[in-house]
Design a protein around this ligand. Structure first.
Ligand code: HEM
Length: 414
């Protein structure tokens, strides 16, 4: 990697990703950053450069093949982000290995199937809201723990086919994996626990197939000679559970927080001048749930945004910065304005690795946010928005908690 002016050193605690991104952007749409262990990487903060990178087949996600430092045995195993490049799942494969796996999974997420899931999502939302309404008046309620997270988890755990009894362990470990303040040993231990639990679940399902994604993958392994390995099945299921839970949770939490801290914008939706979809889309733009995603690796030298990224350099997609690019959103790029005509973002990625669950994520968030504000019209934050801490990660963009007062009137809780 070419050395230039000192790069921005990434704060792994993720305390203020937007301020950090503004500093990275000062160095251009594609700029060097420093990760833990002194590892240098490129961060793509520009919208145009981001689209180009995501459409460029020369940017691989397979660290085993294309991360030069790893191939040469030069990566310190204690580098805490190592798993992001080496995990055994579709998102870290390249070429035909990637498209084969992607096609198998995508069958469960067609627009028709997602639309058919609306009644199930409605039901889960209604039961979570009924549970919230049971809280005594004046109690502070954490909407992340009691609403956003259980919704996102139940939906994706149902799609994959994880039995209730195994959900606790797998969920706990998913949370630990995205915490970029943890050591590589702590992360490895939690990954191991989750994968072992999942392996046991897959073995049991092999004997008793059902109508779920896990059974699809087991059937593909048995039927079409696709040479799907057990490790791949487990790795992909684990990835889907994590990605389907953490992202949707963040989108719901970020949307509710944005609306509660911008009452004028909430009023626009309530008065019919804007829609819930407008609010969700603007949240996706200004508070991308996946903030700064490791890693891509150029398979050859690639020129982008005025720099040359050498073959094998680690590259991060800075989705949080891309949504706020002033080159396309002007000086108000950082403001939450649900009426802005163009809400362009790349928060679901783009191109070969673009999000398979984006329709599902949008539907879940729309149902969850609209139903919440309808059920609890007096909902308010229980503390000032500035006191609500971000998650300790620079990779994801969410909050540890979302404390609110439901302010349920007696008529509503009846
Ligand atoms: C608001 C919700 C969501 C957001 C913001 C989001 C974001 C993203 C992003 C940015 C990527 C691109 C990764 C890359 O470039 O390497 C991605 C990929 C992916 N997402 Fe989502 N996601 C969301 C919901 C979901 C859900 C509910 C699922 C459930 C199935 C899902 C499954 C996937 C999968 C399987 C991929 C990898 C595709 C591949 O490697 O070809 N996502 N997502």
């Amino acid at each position: 990697m070419q050395k230039e002016t000192p790069p921005v050193v990434i704060d792994t605690s993720g305390v203020d990703i937007h301020a950090e991104n503004a500093r990275i952007r000062e160095h251009g749409p594609v700029a060097q950053v420093e990760l833990p262990n002194g590892v240098r990487a490129w961060s793509i903060t520009g919208y145009d450069a981001g689209r180009q990178a995501l459409s460029d087949h020369r940017l691989s996600k397979d660290g085993h093949q294309h991360w030069t430092a790893y191939v040469h045995g030069e990566v310190d195993p204690s580098f805490p982000l190592i798993d992001w490049a080496l995990m055994d799942n579709m998102n870290t494969t390249y070429g035909s290995a990637h498209s084969r796996m992607r096609a198998l999974v995508a069958k469960r997420f067609t627009p028709r199937r997602i639309e058919a899931m609306r009644p199930t999502i409605d039901k889960i939302v209604a039961s979570l809201l009924a549970d919230l309404a049971g809280s005594s008046a004046g109690t502070v309620v954490d909407l992340k723990a009691r609403y956003a997270y259980p919704l996102a988890a139940r939906v994706i755990f149902d799609v994959v086919g994880i039995p209730e009894a195994a959900r606790g362990t797998i969920l706990g470990d998913g949370e630990a994996q995205i915490d970029t303040t943890k050591t590589s040993e702590e992360i490895a231990a939690s990954v191991e626990r989750g994968l072992m639990e999942l392996a046991a679940v897959v073995e049991a399902r092999r004997q008793h197939p059902a109508d779920d994604l896990m059974s699809d993958l087991i059937a593909a392994q048995q039927e079409d000679g696709s040479e799907l390995r057990d490790g791949e099945i487990i790795g992909n299921l684990s990835f889907l559970l994590g990605t389907g839970t953490e992202t949707v949770t963040n989108l719901v939490v970020n949307s509710v927080l944005a609306l509660l801290s911008h009452p004028d914008q909430l009023q626009l939706v309530r008065s019919g001048k804007a829609s819930w979809q407008d609010a969700i889309e603007e949240t996706l733009r200004v508070e991308a749930p996946v903030a700064h995603l490791p890693f891509r690796f150029p398979t050859e030298d690639v020129q982008l945004g005025g720099v040359t990224m050498s073959a094998g350099d680690p590259v991060l997609m800075n989705f949080a910065a891309i949504g706020r690019d002033p080159a396309i959103h002007g000086t108000s790029a950082g403001s939450f304005d649900i009426t802005r005509p163009s809400k362009d973002h790349l928060s679901f990625g783009h191109g070969a690795y673009s999000c398979i669950g984006k329709a599902l994520g949008r539907v879940e968030a729309e149902i969850a946010v609209s139903a919440l504000f309808t059920r609890f019209p007096d909902l308010v934050l229980a503390v000032p928005a500035s006191d609500i801490k971000p998650q300790s990660t620079f990779i994801m963009n969410g909050r540890d908690e979302l404390p609110v007062l439901l302010a349920t009137t007696p008529a509503e809780s009846a």
